[in-house]
Design a protein around this ligand. Sequence first.
Ligand SMILES: C[C@@](CO)(OP(=O)(O)O)[C@H](O)COP(=O)(O)OP(=O)(O)OC[C@H]1O[C@@H](n2ccc(N)nc2=O)[C@H](O)[C@@H]1O
Ligand SMILES: Nc1ncnc2c1ncn2[C@@H]1O[C@H](COP(=O)(O)OP(=O)(O)O)[C@@H](O)[C@H]1O
Length: 331
Amino acid sequence: MLSAVGPSVTVRVPAKINLHLAVGELRADGYHDLVTVFQALSIVDEISVSAAVPGAIEPGVAVTPTDGVDVDDVPTDTSNLAWRAVEALARRADRDPDVRVRIRKAIPVAGGMAGGSADAAGALLAAAGLWRLDLGRDDLMEIAADVGSDVAFALHGGTALGTGRGERLVPVLSRHTFHWVVAVADHGLSTPTVFGELDRLRARPEAPRRVGDVEPVLEALASGEAHSLALLLGNDLQAAAVSLDPGLRRTLRAGVDAGALAGVVSGSGPTCVFLCDGHDAAVRVAAELAGFGVCRTVRVAHGPVPGARVVEGDGPPSPPRPVDPGPGAYA
Ligand SMILES: C[C@@](CO)(OP(=O)(O)O)[C@H](O)COP(=O)(O)OP(=O)(O)OC[C@H]1O[C@@H](n2ccc(N)nc2=O)[C@H](O)[C@@H]1O
Ligand SMILES: Nc1ncnc2c1ncn2[C@@H]1O[C@H](COP(=O)(O)OP(=O)(O)O)[C@@H](O)[C@H]1O
């Protein structure tokens, strides 16, 4: 959009959860190989990138909370993941990152829902549009993966199987919409600390049990059966998140007591997500769970939803991406 002060592009980008997260051994590069099933949920951040204008729009990052999210721990300096994405794109395009990034934040911070990665994906798409860069989807995915393991999925959206660090994606057939209750904790957990805790737990004789194969999860998604999927939700990082934050055990129990089909820690936590038998059931579970006092806030959400999309501005609209895969997809 051409405004009085200059052009700007706005992108909406979803949170993710991990329906299945199998963590391999620690690699020499400090990462772990993953086999994960991501699903994008209807909790979205909005990222606007505007051309800096001397004296009117200063380069940098601003963050505004929405939906009661706590943004105290979101940096507004060059360490913000959205800014790092803009810098990576600017390097690729051989230009200055002379922009202002505004983030309207609804995704819980440090909650295992990849909010920072979502902002990075949003900033990447918005800046590419603002600068009218001639980059294909593969170029954007490559830059995204360099910024963080989860950034590529935020561009992709829908439901996808992630391997490698989580950045290698194949779309997964997911029939129907799944309804979730999201229990947001009053604090965050650091992703590297949770991976480190899992390594520590695995070095002990009574190592936590690992999640099973991913194939049954893909079959349940293809069938669209929430009851089948509920039995298969699993996350190797859950034992580590619970070890660092034992209160999560109560949260997980409370969601099921409130009527959810099943619950699991999302990614490195501490957000817990509960699969419900339809939208009305999710609203009931959320109301009951909110009364248990086991988390800071409770949200109702659904998935899958599309990945990062341009909603306003003079950049090219993002190509529509199928939530269901085309030929050659995994399931
Ligand atoms: C655990 C997951 C599951 O989807 O999500 P979150 O809980 O963070 O949302 C992801 O793997 C997080 O991805 P992301 O948050 O992008 O991680 P990165 O910035 O790439 O890495 C941060 C740190 O986490 C650890 N890490 C991350 C990914 C991976 N496959 N193995 C790792 O060991 C490493 O210590 C790394 O230095
Ligand atoms: N745009 C951003 N939004 C949220 N956190 C950010 C952002 N940029 C950097 N961070 C840092 O990344 C950490 C992890 O945040 P986040 O991506 O929300 O969680 P997670 O890795 O658990 O999914 C935060 O504690 C914060 O310090």
